[in-house]
Design a protein around this ligand. Structure first.
Ligand code: ATP
Ligand code: MG
Length: 440
């Protein structure tokens, strides 16, 4: 992609309305534009990152056996009256009336709708277990939308819903999602700590929030220091191995970790100086709530002996758009964003210091063709800006590698490669550059 033909409305000044670094950097890097309080357009750079994050979430859901569907954003109020939540949900729910005076709403979550889908077609215990998920925009009319996409009103969520014949099955379904969450966040280079959590309006008795520690986090959290030393990617997964999964979940819940609401001061005190009190960003939340929706909404299947069973359910959310902000909170410096390779909008940036110089232009063309051949995306700064402006833009948008071509290197056949994270620079041949970027 040529920068001269791209849409990258970067800002030089620091936007004053943004209180936290991720919001500031998303605006400065031209990733988003606010359209109303808590409602954003995603511009090309931001949209690419959002899609990368979404794809990692999708792959790990699929790996854990969840099945992707797509439910609508607008829902009939009728379904919510059946569960009793239409009145309970309060002002966060955006209520809409259509031209026939029917009560509708913009979905803040989908327990009711997915239960409706299940009751129409799951008839026998043989139809279970199932886990259905979608990645869809939600609307919650938050009292205080703030921090950019971290607390929006319209936001992208992955929500999965499991259906099992009994509590043991539901526990396994819960464990599968628990572990797929560890994998999902680890692939983004994040340590998301599972913490015992309140179940809130979703209800139920078993629940974990996945929290990333960050100074700007909205939740107060308490964590055993031992947790921070755990390797979050160090386990093998066989999603059919019931005992094996339970063992991994047990290991990741053996350390004390709780959000404010669930914090047990006495237990915390026992930990002494092992107790870390910090702030967290909630990037995921999983619930087991049994028959809370299946029973009142009349979802039942026939058991092996002809008996009627209300499936045991759970729901599992990930804040896909919030993750983009959280990733920046965890990965930035004074110059800008530092994307982990797995979610970077482009794999690398190519800077041509002498646009119009035949040797430099030819080298850039050759480099980009070879990167593309290796399946790597490059953003090519072919503008006639100063070197300083080009470096500043690249630092701001945070691509993992900066590949700089100048007249001297073009003659020698070398390119200057800078790693955005460490800042280390080296002069390499085109072949070595490709290998480096491909190593991610
Ligand atoms: P919070 O406590 O942050 O308000 P929640 O507990 O109400 O979130 P859940 O119902 O658990 O949210 O939703 C699942 C996930 O969706 C959350 O873990 C979070 O990552 C994300 N999410 C929730 N509300 C928002 C929002 N207003 N903006 C962006 N992401 C959100
Ligand atoms: Mg939550």
């Amino acid at each position: 992609m040529r920068l001269s033909q791209f849409f990258l409305p970067t800002l030089k000044e620091t936007p004053t309305e943004a209180q936290i670094v991720s919001h500031r950097l998303m605006l400065r890097a031209g990733m988003i534009r606010q359209q109303a309080a808590g409602i954003y357009s995603w511009l090309p750079l931001g949209w690419r990152v959002l899609q990368k994050v979404e794809q990692i979430v999708r792959e790990e859901q699929n790996r854990a056996g969840a099945l992707e569907i797509l439910m609508p954003t607008i829902q009939p109020a009728e379904l919510w009256r059946e569960s009793g939540r239409y009145d309970d949900y309060g002002k966060e729910m955006l209520r809409i009336t259509d031209r026939h005076e029917r009560d509708m709403l913009f979905g803040p979550t989908n327990e009711e709708m997915v239960t409706d889908i299940a009751r129409a077609s799951m008839k026998s215990y043989r139809d279970l277990p199932r886990n259905l998920y979608h990645i869809q925009w939600k609307f919650r009319d938050e009292v205080r939308p703030r921090f950019g996409v971290m607390r929006g009103r319209e936001f992208l969520m992955k929500d999965a819903y499991s259906f099992d014949v009994d509590a043991a099955g539901a526990r396994h379904a819960y464990n599968k999602m628990f572990i797929s969450y560890l994998r999902t966040f680890a692939r983004m280079g994040l340590k998301a700590i599972p913490m015992r959590a309140d179940t809130g309006p979703i209800g139920g008795d078993l629940s974990h929030e996945f929290q990333i520690l960050a100074e700007t986090g909205e939740s107060a959290v308490y964590v055993d220091r031992g947790f921070l030393d755990l390797d979050f990617a160090d386990f093998k997964v066989d999603y059919d191995d019931v005992a094996g999964l339970q063992a991994v979940v047990d290991r990741f819940t053996s350390f004390y970790a709780a959000t404010d609401e669930k914090h047990d001061a006495a237990k915390g005190a026992e930990l002494g100086d092992r107790l870390v009190s910090a702030r967290g960003i909630e990037v995921g939340h999983i619930f087991y709530f049994g028959t809370k929706y299946s029973a009142p909404m009349g979802l039942s299947v026939q058991g092996p002996n002809g008996e009627k069973i209300h499936p045991e359910m759970g729901s599992y959310g990930i804040g896909v758009s919030r993750l983009v902000g959280a990733l920046i909170e965890a990965n930035h410096d004074d110059a800008g964003i530092i994307w982990p390779a797995s979610v970077a909008p482009f794999d690398c940036g190519v800077i041509n210091l002498r646009v119009g110089d035949a040797a430099c232009d030819a080298m850039a063309k050759d480099l980009i063709a070879r990167l593309e051949g290796a399946g790597l995306d490059a953003l090519y700064d072919d503008r006639s800006e100063s070197a300083g402006a080009k470096f500043a833009t690249m630092d701001l948008i945070g691509l993992p590698w900066q590949l700089t071509i100048g007249p001297r290197g073009a003659k020698a056949g070398t390119i200057e490669v800078k790693n955005r994270r460490g800042g280390a620079k080296e002069e390499l041949s085109i072949e070595a550059v490709i290998a480096k970027v491909a190593s991610r």
